[in-house]
Design a protein around this ligand. Sequence first.
Ligand code: SAH
Ligand code: SF4
Length: 370
Amino acid sequence: MTQPLVNLSGLDHAGIAQALADYGIPERQIKMRTQQVAHWLYYYGVTDIAEMTNIGKELRAEMAEAFVIERPEITTSQISEDGTRKWLLRLADGQQVEAVFIPEDDRGTLCVSSQVGCTLTCKFCHTGTQRLVRNLTAQEIVQQVLVCRDSLEEWPSPIDGRLLSNIVFMGMGEPLYNFDEVKLAIEMMMDQSGLNMSRRRITLSTSGVVPMMTRCGEETGVNLAVSLHAVRDDVRSEIMPINKKYPLDELLRACATYPGAANSRRITFEYAMLKGINDSIDDARELVRLMKQYRIHAKINLIPFNPWPGTPYECTDWDQIKEFSETIFGLGISAPIRMPRGRDIMAACGQLKSASEKKSKAELLREAAI
Ligand code: SAH
Ligand code: SF4
């Protein structure tokens, strides 16, 4: 019986070493071969073992019998009028996740998913309505970066002026509920002989999994973004059930002591503007008061709520969002309004996947009618 080929794409050094050892590469060569393979995979972005020219021709030919370098299948790939790119990726077990690339004047940000679906059920979030299917592996998280680099034709990994400069864990899922794999993926993203992303340009967004926040800061050193969305426990518990477990006081204390936060590294708070729920000027003032009370060096990202079919919420009126933002600015904290990008391709979190699910349901209905 023939063994299935092992996919090297997205494996970390330990994974590559294991694959090479299983294949029968002699022990004394493993370290060197692993470094060679990883460099080809993550610095040059090759997708064919034949291209690994510092490995002898014969060995390469043998390895091509045992290994493949495959990205996940791209189910849908869209480019918005504003340059935003979005991919829906099919994983080996058929599950699908999405990744979005957002180009801006001074940076290009890839938003990656960490889980298929989410166990949390924030009421304003479409991913929250999808049941968690499973955690992504580090390999699957890193593959999202590879797909983006392929699409931007950004190989070998450039040092300066790169199109893909920033990574945010703001796609599907709660990254701190999949910390081990997320941490491994972050280490691979930062590997200087490979993808070589800067730690300062990686941001992890959490809904507030307090017990994991310090570990995240200590073990990865990446920037932290916190989905705040409300300034009172009753409102936050209503729209984000995780607040019942880790209420505002615990959350904000964990933010105040986030490793690195004292050294001018600001924590970003995400705040989706929900009409009549969390958007009063009193809320804006309370937000600033909380930041001062807990001595948090903060930046507030105001996100116009992105509605989805069946949502109970509406987005706050534009004038009110502006006044909310100006109130916070006036009290000394930066509170830019994050303009929606890629509207024409539904680039907001969770929406491409749901559109494709809807399509397949419509297709099923059509088939049933025939
Ligand atoms: N699970 C993590 C990261 C993914 S969500 C977290 O909750 O932080 C990325 C950001 O988008 C979060 O701040 C989330 O609250 C916000 N968000 C989710 N659905 C939204 C919607 N429909 N409109 C605006 N922001 C939304
Ligand atoms: Fe999950 Fe984040 Fe959506 Fe909440 S906002 S349901 S934590 S993905």
